[in-house]
Design a protein around this ligand. Structure first.
Ligand code: PGA
Length: 254
């Protein structure tokens, strides 16, 4: 079995003032340092990307955006292109977060288009997927995973898959304090990996990191990371405090 490097990303969502963002970035950079066995990224709000990029410069922490548009440029008021994100210093863009799917009505077609454009332009993508509580109560989660992952990944090349990270984020666990058990996460991740194997082959299945997201805390990290198919965490609330985010990174690094 190949070993996949653990990956921890912080999704700051629509939080922080400029001063808070710079201080948080600097404190995360200091806590993580320059040498870590975990891939680490922070995803501040768009207006704070450049200053946070400055604050983390020289550390092992990379910069990511929380979304990206599916066209390269043009008349798309309010949107941000992959090239703009790259120029702002981003390596990653989150695509298809459940808050965008469910609150803003982002479609699977749009998500597939965003994944393609972002990868074509040179970003790496953190693709989010996961079932709602109603879907889990009706035992539909595997159908949902299959539909969401494969709608989003349709048409990707092998090279593009090397820059794709999947984040399993059950909607019922996001921001609720109700974290999935390590067993629930493992079951979901193993299902997604099996589907990747069936559709795209061993190399893609074995190398694609699958992160867990949904109320991850320093206390729950080690248990989740002990599962063979859980390759890291996408952290919301606990990424807004440098101490807790750095503790999650350390716990993920074992
Ligand atoms: P949470 O958010 O850690 O606050 O549950 C995770 C996410 O939405 O990425």
């Amino acid at each position: 079995m190949p070993t996949r490097k653990k990956f921890v990303a912080g999704n700051w969502k629509m939080n922080t003032t400029l001063a808070e963002a710079k201080a948080l970035g600097a404190a995360v950079a200091k806590g993580v340092g320059t040498d870590t066995n975990v891939t680490v990224a922070v995803c501040p709000p768009f207006p704070w990307l450049v200053p946070v990029g400055e604050a983390i410069k020289g550390s092992a922490v990379a910069l990511g955006a929380q979304d990206v548009h599916y066209e390269k440029k043009g008349a798309f008021t309010g949107e941000v292109s992959p090239a703009m994100l790259l120029e702002a210093g981003c390596k990653y863009a989150i695509v298809g977060h459940s808050e965008r799917r469910h609150i803003l009505g982002e479609s699977e077609t749009a998500i597939n288009h965003k994944v393609h454009t972002a990868l074509e332009e040179g970003l790496s993508v953190i693709l989010c997927m996961g079932e709602t509580l109603a879907e889990r109560e009706r035992n539909l989660q595997e159908r949902v995973f299959q539909r969401q992952v494969f709608a989003a990944c349709a048409g990707l090349t092998d090279e593009q898959f090397q820059r794709l990270v999947i984040a399993y984020e059950p909607v019922w666990a996001i921001g609720t304090g109700k974290v999935a058990t390590p067993e629930q996460a493992q079951e979901a991740h193993a299902f997604v990996r099996t589907k990747l194997r069936q559709l795209y082959g061993d190399k893609i299945a074995d190398t694609t990191p699958i992160l867990y997201g949904g109320s991850v805390t320093p206390e729950t990290t080690a248990g989740l990371m002990s599962k063979p198919d859980v390759d890291g965490a996408l952290v919301g609330g606990a990424s807004l405090k440098a101490d807790s985010f750095v503790a999650i990174v350390k716990a993920a690094g074992g």
